[in-house]
Design a protein around this ligand. Structure first.
Ligand SMILES: [Fe+2]
Ligand SMILES: [Fe+2]
Length: 169
């Protein structure tokens, strides 16, 4: 009996299709992070008012984290022999995170952030499921990033709760 070559997992030629699929999932994740960076920068600057300060500060910190996520997704795309897309491929999806009519409308931004984080959580959960037994390294990375997004979402749910209790949201 012929000895089979040791497995290189996701890098095996037999796994080419699986690898390309993972790269596709990562490209979507990369764009989600880039768009989040854009939306969070604008919200962290646009908002007005004393009550907005906490939310703005928190968004400023998130911008750095989301940018870090975008970089990690880009690096992983490269490691999997994919190509990090150029700006021509970008298509905006966060219609709900456009600047509000009134820049004091903090609730609009909080709800938008929760929606963006929820979208990320859903996509990353899918990536984790689809890389199970296929690409444990990508899976591990995405588990860490998912943890960050869950933290972001929870924080903004707390902000929203405060406005709900006061009957403003
Ligand atoms: Fe992120
Ligand atoms: Fe996030």
């Amino acid at each position: 009996m012929e000895a089979s070559a040791p497995s290189k997992g996701i890098f095996d030629s037999a796994n080419l299709e699986a690898r390309e699929h993972v790269v596709e999932l990562l490209r979507k994740a990369y764009w989600m992070e880039i768009e989040t960076v854009m939306s969070y920068i604008s919200a962290s600057v646009n908002l007005d008012g004393v009550r907005a300060l906490e939310v703005k500060e928190s968004l400023r910190e998130d911008v750095e984290e989301e940018l870090g996520h975008a970089r990690r997704f880009a690096e992983r795309i490269k490691e999997l022999y994919g190509v990090v897309p150029g700006s021509d491929d970008f298509a905006a999806e966060q219609s709900y995170l456009q600047p509000p009519e009134e820049q004091t409308d903090i609730v609009h931004v909080i709800r938008g952030v929760i929606k963006a984080e929820t979208g990320a959580i859903e996509h990353y959960t899918r990536v984790i499921e689809e890389t199970e037994g296929v690409d444990p390294v990508t899976q591990d990375m995405v588990i860490e990033i998912l943890h960050d997004e869950q933290g972001h979402r929870r924080l903004f749910e707390g902000f929203l709760r405060e406005y709900e209790v006061e009957g403003i949201a």
